[in-house]
Design a protein around this ligand. Structure first.
Ligand code: ACO
Length: 325
């Protein structure tokens, strides 16, 4: 007994910011951003917009595609570090927005690995026979946590939400296995303090330096490549699957150079790796489910294909899910 993703959905804020827009705000260039990261544009949340509303849109699309109503759900698990509140959780706010009551709803905080973690948690509960229809999301708005005067971080992130409906599955399809890893010793490679102002790009508020996302980019780059390669190999090995039998890897979309380096180390060509970082930037926990949703829409995912999701993010956290689609 396990679980299977039967439908996905995605949603983003309204405002699209291109690299050229950023050139007008800070000392950067389209050429620098593209060559270092592969990013050309990203969606960022504006004041007055609600991330819960964006997550609800993604959820509703996934539910409609699954032919289900919110009332059919037995739990909501959200990978996020972007709740407006210390508490209640983002998941509780989303539950209320979807008109639901009493079912368990909780967040999993694993930064960019949030969806991979949340999917593993949801799948494990379903294997235990606890639930049979749940919603798993990855949602983040890291654009609200950067210092918009810090070109080293401000150009990297975008905002959004991706949702997946997970149902109980008794056959050979579904999540074959997951592996989650953390290394708190590397906490200071990427962090933001949980206090102070939340701002949006349009509000023009500068954050004090010690109240914005802080990142050691080059160190992070190396560890992200190694950890994503390692966990991908281990999940495949444990499921007795050869890497060459994987149809598509849907990796965390942090940076095209990280994605390409992982693919190269795994010996996988570009046809086996889905990327959309050029159009979304790094949407943290939302990046894997948004990419998965687009991969399905693009016809890159077929029934019975072996699909690998993998991610690495602040914590450090990393992990992977292997799915027989
Ligand atoms: N525009 C123009 N120049 C810039 C910008 C910018 N936006 N940002 C930094 N620079 C400058 C730096 O100031 C530096 O200038 P200097 O040499 O005069 O001091 C120069 O560019 C080179 O900076 P580096 O940091 O050495 O550039 P690097 O090639 O390492 O690329 C990057 C930086 C893109 C951040 C890279 O380290 C990286 O991708 N790291 C991974 C970070 C990441 O993806 N984080 C996301 C979260 S973690 C995750 O999701 C896995």
């Amino acid at each position: 007994m396990g679980s299977r993703i039967v439908a996905t959905g995605r949603a983003t804020p309204r405002t699209l910011i291109t690299n050229h827009d950023l050139e007008r705000r800070m000392d950067t260039s389209d050429e620098w951003i593209r060559t270092r990261t592969g990013i050309a544009q990203r969606y960022v949340i504006s004041s007055g917009e609600s991330l819960v509303e964006i997550a609800a849109q993604a959820s509703q699309i996934a539910l409609d595609r699954a032919g289900l109503k919110p009332a059919d759900l037995e739990a909501i698990v959200v990978g996020t570090v972007s709740s407006d509140y210390g508490f209640p959780s983002f998941a509780c706010q989303l539950q209320h927005r979807l008109g639901l009551d009493t079912i368990p709803a909780f967040d999993v905080a694993a930064a960019c690995s949030g969806f991979v973690y949340a999917l593993s948690v949801g799948d494990t509960y379903m294997r235990a026979g606890e639930w049979s229809r749940i919603l798993v999301l990855g949602v983040d708005a890291l654009s609200t946590m950067v210092d918009w005067g810090d070109r080293a971080t401000a150009v990297l992130f975008g905002d959004g939400a991706g949702a997946a409906v997970l149902v109980k599955e008794n056959g050979p399809r579904g999540v074959l296995g997951s592996m989650l890893r953390s290394s708190g010793g590397f906490w200071d490679l990427l962090y933001v303090k949980n206090r102070g102002v939340q701002t949006t790009m349009d509000a023009e508020v500068r954050r004090p330096n010690d109240d914005a996302i802080t990142m050691k980019g080059p160190e992070l780059f190396k560890i992200a490549v190694k950890s994503m390669e390692d966990v991908t190999r281990k999940v495949a090995e444990r499921a007795r699957v050869k890497l060459e039998d994987i149809s598509l890897i849907v990796p965390h979309q942090a940076n095209l150079r990280i994605i390409n380096a992982v693919a190269q180390r795994l010996g996988l060509g570009p046809d086996k790796v889905f990327t959309n970082v050029d159009r979304y930037g790094n949407t943290s926990a939302a990046s894997v489910p948004i990419a998965l949703d687009e991969a399905i829409e693009a016809g890159r995912v077929h029934d019975h294909d072996l699909i690998m999701l993998n991610a690495c993010g602040g914590g450090l956290t990393w992990g992977a899910n292997l799915i027989r689609w």
